[in-house]
Design a protein around this ligand. Structure first.
Ligand SMILES: N[C@@H](CCC(=O)N[C@@H](CS)C(=O)NCC(=O)O)C(=O)O
Length: 126
């Protein structure tokens, strides 16, 4: 598969780093453009056309645009399985362990987000 890969990213953004790490681990050639959050470059026409949420990362591979960093990482692993580092274990036991950590981490993020909303809306503190 030889498709042009393009990543728009912003400094200090962990979802952007996530895709960059996978691209590097997979030894993939890609074009990238660093945009400034401060200058609102993530809300530019160029980005809004590809990613109506106006967020970074904005990721393009061939004609396909994937604007969720984890989905982009999974797509890359799925389509470049034998290239570079294998990022999802093939064996079921380690793969289940990896999924467990991913889910726990996601739940933690949701919990802290929900607590923040509760504290803003109802003054609930934990
Ligand atoms: N769920 C998205 C999150 C993307 C995201 O929240 N990006 C932030 C930077 S870390 C952003 O662009 N914020 C600017 C905005 O929402 O206007 C992903 O993982 O790709």
């Amino acid at each position: 598969m030889s498709q042009e890969i393009f990543l728009y990213w912003g400094s200090g953004s962990t979802p952007c780093w996530r895709i960059q790490l996978v691209l590097e681990e997979k030894n993939l050639q890609y074009e990238q453009k660093l945009l400034s959050f401060e200058k609102q470059e993530h809300k530019s026409e160029e980005i809004m056309k590809l990613n109506p949420r106006g967020q970074l990362p904005t990721f393009k591979i061939g004609d396909l645009v994937i604007n969720e960093s984890i989905a982009a990482c999974l797509y890359l692993e799925d389509n470049f399985k034998t290239q570079g580092t294998c990022l999802i274990p093939k064996e079921s036991q380690p793969s289940i362990l990896q999924r467990t950590f991913e889910l726990l981490r996601t739940l933690e993020i949701f919990k802290s987000f929900a607590m923040k909303i509760l504290s803003i809306m109802f003054g609930v503190h934990q």
